[in-house]
Design a protein around this ligand. Structure first.
Ligand code: NAD
Length: 326
């Protein structure tokens, strides 16, 4: 199939070229938007990523260009108007699971770095400063970790934290049977927030979960708790979190995703003036660690993303029903 890949980086090209067997693919660095959409002309399918917004207008244009298939090289699909795609007769497929370990382990990396401040120690020692002043951390052992959303990633994360000797509490409208069997306790959201030293978000972004962490739910958290978000930025009302950091209600924030990450994350903006004042404010806190949506970024995950995306294309061409269809 002839597929136009939007919003690509050199690593996308590397992995997709490595595993491509029969498709005719073209890589565009530009994101998919009203200005770039004409590049999809002459293709049958397009491949997009997390921050390409496929609203009804874009979908109608894709339909008029003859696009039959949208393949998402990611799990989340909150950026696609699925109803519009359905009406336009365009199939949408995703990669629901590629490596839950990649994201769960990144959540742990954020926790460990914020707690033990290895990023600060690294810089200090390089400058000949061997002082331990202000590097105090805490034992994870016996701390309570609240996991919101216990699907594929939340399950792996909960198991990792259990391995550290933490008490894990979970909140999910559809409890995970394997975790329940392993003795993980499911409780309501407020109780989870009340009791957790660390709260980690692993649910999808939906209308029900948008700003799940807001002024009111933050007030239910333990004073000085650590908040980790590797899921989707808009699960958090960022402005409310900034206020909670200022008042020290939230003691640590680790975020791999950000509400307004589009056009910022994944790009080298080091020579530009950052226009996002909220992100700029977040970057000033000594107890905030921001990574730019790299939770998925492991060799294993990139390999699976490429293989599953090509399998999705092939299933579509052969008319094989797929569980990856949305
Ligand atoms: P999943 O579908 O396996 O699990 C999601 C879980 O969230 C399900 O158990 C579901 O019941 C639960 N859930 C739904 N609504 C909820 C609510 N209101 N409160 C609590 N739980 C709720 O998904 P997954 O593969 O574990 O991925 C989770 C999320 O991680 C994705 O939606 C995506 O946004 C994010 N993600 C981030 C990265 C990254 O690079 N940072 C990579 C992949 C996925």
């Amino acid at each position: 199939m002839k597929i136009a890949f939007f919003n690509t980086k050199p690593y996308d090209k590397e992995f997709f070229e490595k595993y491509n067997q029969s498709d005719e693919i073209t890589f565009y660095e530009v994101p998919l938007n009203p200005q770039s959409i004409r590049l999809a002309e002459g293709f049958e399918g397009i491949c997009v990523f997390v921050n390409d917004k496929l609203n009804s207008e874009i979908i109608l244009t894709l339909q008029s260009l003859g696009i039959k298939l949208i393949v998402l090289r990611c799990a989340g699909f909150n950026n696609v108007d699925l109803n519009a795609a359905k009406k336009a007769g365009i199939k949408v497929m995703r990669v629901p699971a590629y490596s839950p370990y990649a994201v769960a382990e990144h959540a742990l990396a954020l926790i460990m770095t914020l707690n033990r401040k290895t990023h600060k120690a690294y810089n200090r020692v390089r400058e000949g400063n061997f002082s331990l002043e202000n590097l105090t951390g805490f034992d994870l052992h016996l701390k309570t970790v609240g996991v919101i959303g216990t699907g594929k990633i939340g399950e792996v994360f909960a198991k990792i934290m259990t391995g550290f000797g933490c008490k894990v509490l979970a909140y999910d409208p559809f409890p995970n049977l394997a975790l329940q069997a392993a003795g993980i306790e499911y409780i309501d959201l407020e109780s989870l927030l009340n009791h957790s030293h660390i709260v980690s978000l692993h649910c999808p972004l939906t209308e029900a979960t948008r700003h799940l962490i807001n002024q009111q739910t933050i007030s239910q958290m333990k004073d000085g708790a650590m908040l980790i978000n590797t899921s989707r930025g808009a699960l958090i009302d960022t402005q409310a979190v900034v206020e909670a950091l200022k008042s020290k209600k939230i003691g640590y924030l680790g975020m791999d995703v950000y509400e307004q990450e589009e056009n910022i994350f994944f790009n080298d903006l080091s020579q530009q003036i950052l226009q996002d004042d909220t992100l700029a404010r977040l970057m000033t806190f000594p107890n905030v660690l921001i990574t730019s949506h790299q939770g998925f970024f492991t060799e294993e995950a990139l390999t699976q993303i490429a293989l599953i995306t090509f399998k999705n294309v092939s299933d579509f061409e052969k008319g094989i029903a797929s569980a990856n269809e949305l």
